[in-house]
Design a protein around this ligand. Structure first.
Ligand code: SF4
Length: 406
């Protein structure tokens, strides 16, 4: 019923200086972590008994720092995912400082297939500035240990940070590739208001890299990673042959997914939403023309751990009509190198008529999209000016998205 499952673990040893994700600094050994993991397991059982997890192909344990749960609780959680959903790809996010050999072994034995490690940089000064807990030696050593277990390993890298240079970025890219990982994700640093990094450089806006520098660093990443045998398949994602992340691809291709845990988001079709409603009387009735529902869990982590039942959760919701869902799929599909699926383009043409062709013609004329082997696909320029490309496709959607609480 859903193609993908996401579990959010909102615990970190310390907040990084740039982070505004749903995660909170948590002392080692805090009993809340075990209680929260048990609560998520109970929710997985409930979702499975509703039939929501039938046909689920991929699962992702993200955070936060899932590896902070430790080998016993994390291993048990992964075993429960395998029992409830049997995904053929099961990724766990990790940070080098909490990725001990015992955690690696527990993940492997419990049935994880993939590990995504938050390395960010291989320059000690940059790591310190970002407020990361690990240094470059720790990242290198732990990623190498993960690769040696036989798990598929991905690393996240961050570009355009205040003190990064062309040379230090080149060293990080080459160093990551040399570790033998199958997948690399590359993101420019976003300035999130109110974070320590934002405050640190408040009076020195020149410290921040502008969109031009960000674009230059992303282009540099493409050249360096492709020279090392990786192929770019999404604006921020590079993989060796056979190592693309199927879970992330599900997000970009309109596959329904279920998200459990504080701050987790779901995207359900109407059938999936009605099924969830049978266990969640607090959820509102969908408007007649709704075809897609986006839900985010708003229950704080302590409350969720104390009352795990799906019926106790509070959600924020967005109801999308079919034209809005198609516009959203166009926007997400334009992140992919392979471009827009022909059946999606046909449906968009039926729904939006001449407005669709006008929009596409304008994007082709501006070199934000191109016809690549008969498919509409983003150009380099389209990715660099992503907000304009995605915005133009989303603007095809008529009316306002209906929002609700439940
Ligand atoms: S490890 Fe990730 S989620 Fe945790 S504080 Fe750092 S950036 Fe945020």
């Amino acid at each position: 019923m859903v193609g993908a499952l996401y579990l959010h673990i909102p615990f970190c040893a310390r907040k990084c200086a740039y982070c505004d994700f749903a995660s909170w600094a948590t002392p080692a050994g805090d009993a809340l972590m075990g209680a929260y993991a048990r609560a998520i397991e109970a929710q997985l059982d409930e979702a499975a008994s509703l039939g929501l997890l039938e046909g689920c192909g991929t699962a992702y344990v993200g955070g936060g720092t899932p590896t902070l749960l430790g080998e016993r609780d994390l291993g048990r959680l992964v075993e429960k995912i395998v029992e409830a959903a049997s995904p053929s790809e099961l990724t766990c996010e990790a940070n080098p400082d909490s990725l001990g050999d015992e955690v690696l072994l527990a993940l492997r034995e419990a049935g994880a297939t993939r590990l995504s490690v938050g390395v960010q940089s291989l320059d000690d000064g940059e790591l310190c500035e970002l407020g990361r807990l690990h240094d470059a030696a720790c990242a290198r050593e732990r990623v190498a240990a993960a690769v040696a277990t036989g798990l598929d390993v991905s690393v996240d890298l961050m570009c355009a940070t205040p003190t990064q240079t062309l040379e230090s970025w080149a060293r990080t890219l080459e160093g990551a590739a040399a570790l033998g990982v199958g997948h690399v994700s590359v993101y420019p640093l976003q300035i999130e208001e109110g974070t320590p990094l934002d405050r640190r450089y408040e009076s020195d806006p020149c410290a921040w890299n502008d969109p031009e520098v960000q674009a230059q660093r992303m282009t540099q990443a493409q050249a360096a990673l492709e020279a090392c045998g990786y192929r770019r398949y999404e604006v921020a994602s590079y993989a060796r042959a056979g190592k693309t992340c199927r879970h992330n691809k599900a997000y970009w291709t309109g596959v329904p997914y279920l998200g459990l845990g504080t701050g987790a988001s779901s995207m359900l079709d109407l059938k999936g939403y009605l099924r969830l409603c049978t266990a969640c009387p607090q959820l509102p009735q969908a408007p007649d023309d709704a075809r897609r529902v986006r839900l985010t869990v708003e229950t704080p982590r302590g409350e969720l751990a104390a009352k795990p039942s799906l019926s106790s959760l509070s959600f924020s919701l967005e109801f999308l009509t079919e034209p809005q869902a198609v516009a959203e799929d166009l926007m997400l599909g334009a992140r992919l190198v392979e471009g827009l699926r022909p059946e999606l383009v046909s449906r968009a043409r039926e729904l939006f008529g001449a407005r669709f062709d006008d929009t596409i013609d304008a994007l082709l004329a501006r070199d934000l999209l191109a016809d690549k082997n008969g498919r509409l696909a983003p150009t380099e320029q389209g990715w660099l000016l992503g907000n304009e490309l995605y915005g133009a496709l989303w603007d095809l959607a008529p009316g306002e998205v209906v929002v609700a609480k439940g």
